[in-house]
Design a protein. Structure first.
Length: 201
């Protein structure tokens, strides 16, 4: 679904510095302002992957909405779950370890999003995709890590870059693996009455 944004529409703010999320929304026809949330992405004791992603999405949306209370704010968080939560690698060594862990196996990519206005969450949802990797060689992993591509991506890979070559199958939405389930986000924005008109593509 592509949307057409009216000139009179209310502002929509993305509480994320992720260029991929901004590009996905732009491809759907939605222009957003971008504001970093500054929220710490630390796992709480006892939190599972779904709870972690959902909490961070809401915290990011609320943090930005509290600073600018008029627009609709989108918060989102993506994690990879493969025998535990895998966020963004802290260094190349951790990126290599993540890719070795994913090699030849299936994992779940979880993206949660939340919409906030005036400091309150008014819509939220969590979307899952199942991704299977082929077997990866040590040389392939080393070459990919050397590009620097893994360092800002949950699980240490991107489906939109050379990391796509590691993937055998995807069950679910590819854009969810990139970091935002666009169809669900746009539908939620429309429900919130952010002045958006739907247009079939």
């Amino acid at each position: 679904m592509i949307i057409k944004q009216k000139q009179s529409s209310k502002r929509v703010v993305l509480a994320s510095g992720s260029p991929r999320r901004r590009e996905l929304l732009a491809q759907a026809g939605l222009k957003v302002d971008v504001r970093e949330s500054g929220v710490s992405e630390l796992l709480w004791e006892g939190e599972d992957a779904l709870e972690f992603a959902s909490r961070l999405a809401s915290e990011k949306a609320i943090a930005v909405s509290n600073r600018d209370r008029e627009p609709l704010v989108i918060g989102a968080d993506t994690v990879v779950n493969c025998d535990g939560i895998m966020g963004k690698p802290r260094d190349p060594e951790e990126a290599r370890a993540m890719l070795k862990r994913l090699s030849g196996r299936s994992h779940t990519v979880i993206t949660a999003f939340a919409l906030a206005r005036a400091g309150w969450i008014i819509e939220s949802e969590t979307v899952l995709s199942r991704v299977t990797f082929r077997e990866l060689s040590d040389a392939e992993i080393a070459d990919y890590v050397a590009t620097g591509a893994p360092m800002d991506k949950a699980g240490g890979y991107g489906i939109q870059d050379a990391g796509a070559g590691f993937i055998s199958t995807v069950q679910g939405q590819r854009d969810n693996v990139m970091g935002l389930p666009v169809e669900q986000v746009i539908a939620a924005i429309v429900r919130c009455g952010a002045g958006l008109a739907q247009k079939r593509s």
